[in-house]
Ligand binder design. Structure first.
Ligand code: SAM
Length: 227
């Protein structure tokens, strides 16, 4: 199991449903202005945002590097693939990367990713993504939590230092009378806004810092494809 698949298996225990809904509402209202017909959701997770956009009449495709996430999308009948964005066929009116997806990449990977995003946009296409602010890492994400239900017990331990958040996930899954232990670490990277200015394929047209929790923890970034 990859570290992203382990994240996928723990997500329902993290208590992020309300924050996810708030993010979906924000993206939906931003996209409303652009009257898009096609959408690519990169890092689509379980496909919740695609479900909402499909109900608004938008043709959606989702990709995610976790096969666990993609299988859940497919089980709902969504068009989803476990591939890198560089391998996506066709182009789209809009692309989104919702809930920290850009923070999963270090700077080099991020720059390549953003180049690939630009090549998958139609002329005048729009790309919207959110990133964690320093407060998002130090006040919200850092720390330890645990959660459990009848079949699972999860411990999450996150430390933020040198602009990197190292989060260790330890999941015990009950199987008959035994517990199976899964443990892995995900690294998330803080990115400065200047990383997103002067990109060759994308022009940053707006940025908004907002609070999902009690502090200014996220920045929404809106880009247009450069002509
Ligand atoms: C915090 S989850 C958010 C999922 C979904 N966007 C949502 O809002 O529910 C981040 C997702 O990004 C995926 N991911 C991380 N890096 C990725 C990449 N380079 N390309 C595609 N998906 C990626 C992870 O597997 C995970 O499903």
């Amino acid at each position: 199991m990859t570290n992203l698949d382990l994240y996928a298996k723990t997500e329902h225990l993290l208590g992020i449903e309300e924050a996810t809904e708030a993010l979906y509402d924000l993206y939906r209202s931003e996209l409303d202005e652009y009257k898009i017909k096609t959408l690519l959701d990169v890092g689509c997770g379980r496909g919740g945002f695609m479900q909402r956009m499909i109900s608004d009449g938008v043709k959606c495709k989702g990709i995610d590097l976790s096969s666990v996430m993609i299988e859940e999308c497919k089980a709902q009948g969504l068009d989803a693939e476990c591939i890198d964005v560089a391998d996506v066929e066709g182009t789209y009116d809009a692309i989104v990367a919702i809930f920290d997806v850009l923070n999963f990449m270090n700077k080099d990977a991020l720059v390549k990713f953003l180049d690939a995003i630009s090549s998958k946009l139609n002329d005048d296409g729009i790309f919207i993504a959110d990133i964690n602010t320093l407060y998002g890492f130090s006040d919200v994400a850092e720390g330890t939590m645990s959660a459990e239900n009848d079949k699972e017990f999860l411990v999450v331990d996150a430390e933020f230092a040198n602009d990197e958040l190292h989060t260790q996930f330890t999941l015990f899954e009950k199987n008959d009378n035994k517990f199976i232990k899964h443990q892995d670490t995900i690294i998330q990277y803080f990115h400065k806004i200047k990383t997103f200015q002067n990109l060759s394929g994308l022009k940053l047209i707006d940025k908004q810092t907002f609070s999902l929790y009690d502090t200014e923890d996220k920045t929404l970034l809106i880009f247009k494809k450069r002509q």
